[in-house]
Every structure is written in C-alpha cells, then in structure tokens.
Design a protein around this ligand. Structure first.
Ligand code: ATP
Ligand code: MG
Length: 288
C-alpha cells in the first residue's frame, strides 16, 4: 500500500509541468514551521532589496495571516483575487498578480479564505502541486512586465498543505532562524521535513540558505546560537545576520518595507547585504 502511494506521488510529480526548469526565474520558498521567526519580514525585505537592484520580483503570500500583503500596503479590499483562488484553481496566478508601490515588485496577496484551503485542498487531485501548476506558466512567460527573476513565497508557521505547496513549487528554500535557545531543535525538525518533500514531491529542492534573524549583540545567547548553527550548517548559513532592530518592527504598520521606511537603519542595510549574498550564491551555483 505504501509503495503504491509513493509511486502515485512520483508519477504526479513527473507529469506536473516543469516549464521553468530551463528558464531563468528562480523560485524560492521562505519557510520555517516555527512562528514569528522573521519569515514574512525576510520575504518582504528580500523582495524589496532584490527589486531595488533592478531584479523583477513576484512575492506570493501563501499565509492566511496575510502579513506580507499588509506589510506591502495591500488593503483588505484589494485582496478579492488572492492565493486562495489560485490554489483552488478558480483563477490563474497571472489574474491574481498586482503591482506594489515598489517598482519591479509585484504581489499575489493572501485572503482570509486561505485558512480553509488547508482542508479544502485535501480533496483536490495532486493537492501538493496546486501552486506548482499555477506557477509554471508565469515562470515560463512572466507577468505583464516580462519574466520574473525571482519568485518568493511566504509560507505559514506550520507544515501543512500550504507549506507543502510552497516547498513543492520552489527550487530552493530559504530558512529564517531566530537566534534563540530552541533554534537548533526546530531546524532539525524542518530539515527532516525538507528531506521528506524531496523524497515525495520535489527531488530538486535545494537549501538556498539559513539566515539568522533578530540577532541581539548584547545577548550572549544570540552569539552562542549563531556559532552553534554555523558549526552545524557551515556555509549554508549566510554571513549576513539580521539584527534585532526596532525600525524593522515599525515598518509593517505603515504598509511599507523597512527599506522604504528607513533605508539607513541597520535592518535595511542587513537586508540589502542579504540580497547581495543570495545573488552571489545563485551565480556560484550556476557556474558549477
Ligand atoms: P509567522 O510565523 O507568524 O508568519 P514570521 O516568521 O513571518 O511569523 P515575522 O512576522 O516576520 O515572522 O516577524 C515576527 C515579528 O517580529 C513581527 O512583529 C516583526 O515585525 C518582528 N521582527 C521580525 N524581524 C525583526 C527584527 N530583525 N528586529 C525586530 N523585530 C523583528
Ligand atoms: Mg509570517
């Protein structure tokens, strides 16, 4: 029975359009099942930083909380076409894309209904690949402004069907990790889940990298956690560390990325560095 199930999963994966595989669009899921570790903040600000260096970026808000949509100033009224309708295959992804105030950055907002998708998707054939199917034409042909260089997917703090959809659609996963006591335990759980996704749904899924967030230089624990994580994951951990910075936490209430709210602050500068590192890492990988 188990073998049959696995075989079925693989055949679904094989018949799922992989249009973007040869293309230039890079699809990165931002994931960690732990809540409040900086996923959304990283999604918003990495997307903004990439757009600031002239990359074309699409941010997909796959979290029913909709924090990425709020943080980028998308009003509730402007979310009538959202990721719920996309994953339930009621509209195409292209139909749900809207521009943000940031040149070069588009978004597919989330909607309240999305929390129901975790349950409703269970009855959908190939439920793990719903986002992947929706993304293929966009990764192939692009949105109104042409092909995207990067698609970033913000995922909810759980390992349910929405996060599985994000990880099954992505080429790589970027993991924000908060510098706190249980960080390593949480991440080993996540690594096991990523391995399961590779085996079941997406053999090509890479670990793009781990970014340490909310680093507090006055706290010895932050230092200890950072060095433990680096010892364990080596160069998979970005050199850039995102500091705990009050400007980062203020920005979403203005519906703006911190890079727009206060470009000079330490948080903004860190996200710009992170974007540079992400791009350099991609180039290195491509050159291999
Ligand atoms: P969830 O799991 O609920 O989706 P998340 O992992 O997306 O959470 P965020 O929403 O990005 O986490 O961050 C959690 C809270 O911490 C937010 O209020 C955010 O503004 C704040 N925050 C994130 N990063 C920083 C930082 N570097 N400095 C200060 N505050 C931060
Ligand atoms: Mg979030």
């Amino acid at each position: 029975m188990m073998a049959e199930n696995t075989a079925k999963t693989h055949s679904t994966a094989a018949t799922t359009p992989l249009g973007w595989q040869g293309g230039k669009t890079r699809i990165i899921a931002i994931a960690n099942q732990k809540g409040g570790v900086g996923k959304t903040t990283t999604a918003i600000n990495l997307a903004t930083a990439l757009a600031a260096i002239k990359k074309k970026v699409l941010l997909i808000d796959l979290d029913p909380q909709g924090n990425a949509s709020t943080g980028l100033g998308v009003s509730r009224e402007a979310r009538t076409r959202n990721t719920y309708h996309v994953v339930m295959e009621q509209i195409t992804l292209a139909e749900a894309i809207q521009p943000t105030d940031i040149p070069g950055l588009d978004i597919v907002p989330s909607g309240m209904d999305l929390s129901g998708a975790e349950i409703e998707l269970v009855d959908v054939e190939g439920r793990e690949f719903s986002l992947r199917r929706a993304l293929a034409p966009v990764a192939d042909a692009g949105g109104e402004n042409g092909l995207y260089d990067y698609v970033l997917i913000d995922s909810p703090p759980a390992l349910g069907l929405l996060t599985i959809n994000a990880l099954a659609a992505a080429q790589a996963v970027l993991v924000p990790l908060q510098c706190e006591f249980f960080a390593l335990e949480g991440i080993s759980h996540l690594m096991k889940s990523i391995e399961r996704i590779r085996n079941g749904f997406n053999p090509d899924l890479e670990l793009q990298g781990i970014v340490l967030t909310m680093f507090d230089k006055r706290n010895n624990l932050s230092d200890q956690v950072a060095s433990d994580v680096r010892e364990f994951f080596g160069d998979k951990v970005y050199n850039t560390v995102i500091p705990r910075n009050v400007r980062i936490s203020e920005a979403p209430s203005y519906g703006r990325p911190v890079l727009v709210y206060d470009l000079a602050c330490a948080g903004s500068q860190a996200y710009l560095h992170l974007a540079g590192e992400v791009i350099r890492r991609e180039r290195k990988e491509q050159a291999k």
